[in-house]
Design a protein. Structure first.
Lengths: 322, 322, 322, 322, 322, 322
């Protein structure tokens, strides 16, 4: 259940209207890397985690709730940056004044002229925020990544926080309103904090690489196919010991076209760069399958199920408490 | 600022898994008339209302917050209806069991077989909800209607609640799980309650018809163009006194093709079915323009602006309190 | 069957090209609240109504046809506002002149410079309209609401007309071309007229509240959950007698978090604010179910079916005429 | 202006309900190659053609109008194939019967069971058509191709008719209802007829190749780059005389990687396979630029403009008539 | 398998940054008629052709690969046109300089100011290309037409090349950078070359009209319905001998409304304008069905199947070679 | 420039057709985490990296090219799993056989019956792959994350590979065809290998945390807001030393509502959990701004620019070589 607190989490203020920056800021309201995306991603991920992993559920829901609170800060800032437009549009019988502004002859409120770059503020929303990115593309559920596996989902979140952080960094360069800069800096910083939380949470799940359950085929985990001609870059991503695991090192296939033909489409590929055998891998697959499926099936009831207790005195769900 | 309460607003329970109904229920999670649409619509509308109309803001945010709480109930129910899938998928080394289920030979867990109709639960979300409708179409920001005018927005909300209500009514016919029916009936009923709240709120804004500021051109407000051949239906929508206003009655244009040619594309149309003059309408336009634009401009500052006070002891925003 | 009349329903004219306003006007051509949305919404709704409710079908199709005619007016206006661009683009061998315009040095045709704000006119449509909104977002079928129930669909239409009206009102403030203003005022006024038609039609269906068939659960129809802290607004939407029905009054839950815990997630909620019993509601559900399903099943054949007669001398479909 | 004729263009009938085929048939209602796409494509293209090419405008609008009439036939057929669902859903108090059907135990109306494959008919549209394709993806304005040049647009239409034809051909294989087959065969045949009309119309515009105005660079118009290794197919598309123009023949570049390096990224490419000089091409560009831009600018007024006359006695627009 | 050659197919260069033209050029990067659309369309079509029609597969894959190479040229050009932005954004601590540019006071790098029209370069991509069209709409899989029939697919490709050609023609008019013009002219010319290749390839498939297998119903293949009032255009598309086939001529239905009523919705329509009988058509349908289905089924194995040989010494797939 | 090698990178084979699994496998062809998404993401990211970071460019393009090669493997597998459908559809004159299959009475080819679950294979693509996910949703450019900063982009790629890996893991559980399992295991393993490559590459960029340039505000980098009531989970994500940096430890705000009010919306928040001062942070911002902007501006020319040399003997671009 959600509850609304009338105070914003951060004291958002603006020094003056600025419809052009309001348009750019939509990127964090209804954009692919914005606050709604973050809030919904963690919220949707949390459902699968609720019963088997209640601590992670609590983390995901706390951050999701903070992101909704950030969405509110962004929306409030956009609205304040647009103030004036809504009121002007209500003066519908006196079109001529607005027209003068649009033709650039006016002075103090020429910001309406700038709002033309974001026509939705004039023709659609009447001077309020819209659930779109900075170019008017509506927010989409496909921005949300939730795959039902915490070793994957937490990595999706780390990347999402990285993108949100850089977008705030870019946006900070396009306003010189100190109040707005303060709010953006707060929001940017929280992406860093969340990044750290998700990283720490991922670290508590062991093993977490590769993500999911199944190990890779040892024939192909450490091969680099040089898929281009001419000079090739060398680095720790294709030469020397592989970044994870003892005894693992990169195998560099300089001419993959020839290699593929010679190995009958890799069917005859041998294990290289890797001391793990098929048997070891199969054993690992079975062990992790058992462990993770038991973690879930041991607490998720197969019959009647209830989501929350009243009051919820424990992190666990009622069926697990019983 | 939002706050998460660990107890669901309604005690959602399921009697047993049912992935097919989980798929249908997505319509209320990520569908065009679902809970997220409702929550986001009222949330987005609320920003424009915050400063000039704080009572309406409070109503919109309270209902938005309740809709987020309903979204949580729907997601919790879908997750419980899918329980089992997530755990089975983690048993990744033992594919053969799952395959048997898919080929229909199994018994007690044949529900996984049914889940094939919603492939995203198997191939994408790993047994959790997805932010899509019942056919996998991602939720979109374009579902949200917010036009910066309460006489319009509240009507959008009345219609949105109507659609949400009928979808719950349809869904109720496709489950016989009494716990799920209870939850759906609660959710359906709240749409009715919200419908009533929005209707009552609209009624406090006078005049509210036509929506917005400008009156219609009296030449065309009461004309019905019979745009089809043969027998035509008669009803209060095209004959007799018009539904609003004294002295207004419908004018039925039986042959609009001829009428359009004869009036030079309606340029020579006279005022009919209506006693209002152009002057009266212009006066009304000016009066309402002044009233509404003043309501807004009198409380929305043109310079520095702050969204909330700490604590927020008043419905008004700080700049209006000052 | 549709037929095209070469005369526009309204004599659309422009005084001069204006590509910037052409871009804004796309909101009514391919936007979420535009003419195509309206036309397609009523057209799609009409199919379900055809056999059981032929009078409503006739109304829906007449208005849908008028909206297609309005779409044509909007498209014609956009095209005339863009005149010049298409011809200039054909002069492809003389790029230099066009470039000069773009660099702002030219005079009389600087409107091409303005067209850069809407790049699709230059790079995609070659100076014609596009099926997008004012920001280039393509029109989508998801704009259309059609739920197979007239008590819902007519309310969706009332809201759709409200939104279309306010968008025309906003647009009217961004052109001072008197011919274009005339066309927009006509189109805006027709939205008002349609609003009235749909309202009158809804009124002929009794009962129409709640929309659909099922009554709400009396425990929850009149409860207001105060989902936020601090000062709360009071109004007819949460205090006093409820807006519909004798003996019904709002129940204000000031602290929903505590209330939910105390009622075990509302399971122990009593009927409040309402004198209707569960039995009365069940009886109403059964009565309305029987009435509405009979209205439909009595005229919709279960076997062979034919849509129209030749000629169609009656509003009813042939199978109902037989 | 459009007018609705109550009789369908083709006498659509069904022998019995079939919700599964109704779902497939949505491909022609709201699919990428369906009737709405065709109707809207020709309708949108027609605007640019109205004043300079009134004969082509008339052709485009006549076919667009016929496609709207076909959309109506498809919608009527889908609705009749779904008959029963809408009525059953209204019997909302008697859920148990519908549930039995869904569990497969019922007999004569098991078609509702089949409708589960298309959940939108149950959970969203209440048994009516939806503006989506057969998988629930909403129709989109981006399906429409209109580029403001008839030598391009007519080719887009020829291809669109080809796709619509093959989709009807596929659909015909999934119903054995003779009435539905008749309707589909009619609709499929009309795509062939329209294909022929557009081809004949394209043929009246000379020259029409290359489409648009500008000639190709003679260095690159007749070169085939063999972009893959191993055996290469030979055919009139890469060997022998080119398909258009005397003295033009294909130049086959067997090893494009080497060729690109040797020609400094094709900058040193000579004219091959072609006797046309740069001067000839420049002259052609200028000639066609002048011709086509004059065709347009000679009839499109730069100032005041009017779309239609009352009555429209001539194919030309009023400003051209004057 | 794909291989990347470090040299661009064409030596793309720019004379100076130009973010505004970079924005327009996105139309060919991520637009509906751009290089990615072309590449993906031919690539997707190629799969169905691989086994039954290996020559056509080779053609489709060669052109698809060239289009990917063109996509790279377009992306490289956009990046070079944006150079400077990415570096400036990294100077994140010195916001003030960038702000000055945005306020128009700066001189040499005012192009950043222009980039505001394409906000994604600033707020999202950090100065690189985005997979959108010139208005920020993301590229979509629905742009791709692939229907599993070469007589259809090749026509889709001819139309696609026409549209790509005209878009380059339009774009050429908005840059005066000679290097960029060179690259665009090369790319435009290749669309012409591909157009010719697809036309020649279509010509080798006989018969190819109508596309697909089934002939049209002779009652409706040569009928023109005059769907509008007033003056009607005459041309080879509705009068005289039809464009294909001996003994076929257009039948002009001047008043389709009356005609439809008189023929009972065309059910009583006789064969007109056509000497082909139903029997001839049925025979043709059977003959072509047998021919085309045999072409495919004779080489596509019903059991085990392998895509490529190692090495692939033949155009045919291994199962066909065997 | 790309080049196509006729041999697949992996020798893809199928044992028998299986349209149902073909439908699921679309998730990796046109789904949000599929091969096209990966290929396009790295391809688009590579453009910004080309000139300043040629080694990273080489890595990104090599992996992008391998992903295109994987897309080909997936498409080939889907096509082979659908074999039979395309040929059957060409036998268009003998509809009856196909109908029998659909009604479930047939035996050996009942897989066509199963294909009904994916109607696009029957009604749209004619038995070939479609550029959609497993539910028919078209692929979208918005799946691609490219933000012009390698510390962000490489993290997006690590997450993308994680998601692709888990989707293959899920898919592996729904086929028992050993050939298909082999191909999927190869593809899944390569996601692991790429994950490692991107991780190693990220590690070579120092510092890379926080991503981008700007450091966080020390007041907010180490604060955990407990946004929910009742029991709260404790873990390294909100207690003890923070995961990165000496002297940094989490500050747990147990009651954020009160805290926000008391700090005047966090404006009075002190630096906590952190020994870094504002000055240190500002210095770090300036240092990193200078370093990174110089890395880029030193090699990206402000004037004429050329993408590749002929031949390209060096990783650097020609302007940097000069």
């Amino acid at each position: 259940m959600f509850y609304h607190v009338k105070e914003l989490q951060y004291n958002a203020r603006v020094s003056r209207p600025d419809p052009r920056f309001a348009g750019l800021l939509l990127e964090q309201f209804g954009g692919a890397n914005g606050e709604l995306k973050a809030a919904m991603q963690y919220f949707v991920q949390a459902f699968s985690a609720r019963q088997p992993y209640p601590e992670k559920y609590d983390l995901l829901m706390d951050i999701a709730t903070e992101e909704f609170s950030h969405l509110e800060i962004v929306g409030a800032t956009i609205t304040m940056l647009l103030e004036g437009i809504n009121g002007e549009l209500k003066d519908a019988a006196n079109r001529s004044d607005l027209m003068k502004l649009l033709q650039g002859s006016a002075s103090k409120e020429e910001y309406i002229h700038e709002a033309m770059i974001q026509p939705q503020f004039l023709a659609l929303s009447g001077g309020g925020p819209t659930l779109t990115n900075s170019q008017g593309v509506p927010w989409q559920g496909s921005y949300v990544n939730a795959n039902g596996d915490l070793t994957v989902d937490l990595r999706s979140n780390i990347a999402a926080e990285s993108r949100a952080k850089i977008v705030y960094e870019y946006l900070l360069q396009f306003t010189d309103d100190p109040h707005v800069q303060d709010s953006l800096r707060f929001l940017m910083t929280r992406e860093i904090a969340h990044f750290q939380m998700f990283s720490a949470a991922l670290d508590t799940i062991q093993p977490n690489f590769p993500p999911g359950i199944l190990q890779g085929d040892p024939r192909f985990t450490h091969t680099f196919f040089n898929m281009s001609n001419g000079p090739g870059a060398e680095g720790p991503w294709n030469r020397g010991q592989g970044p994870w695991g003892d005894g693992e090192s990169w195998v560099y296939v300089a001419d993959p076209v020839r290699h593929v033909v010679e190995t009958n489409g890799l069917l005859k590929q041998e294990i290289v760069g890797n001391t793990r055998t098929d048997d070891q891998i199969e054993a690992m697959n079975r062990k992790l399958s058992k462990q993770r499926s038991t973690e879930i099936s041991s607490v998720v009831p197969s019959g009647e199920n209830q989501w929350s207790a009243y009051p919820q005195k424990d992190l666990k769900s009622p069926s697990a408490i019983r």
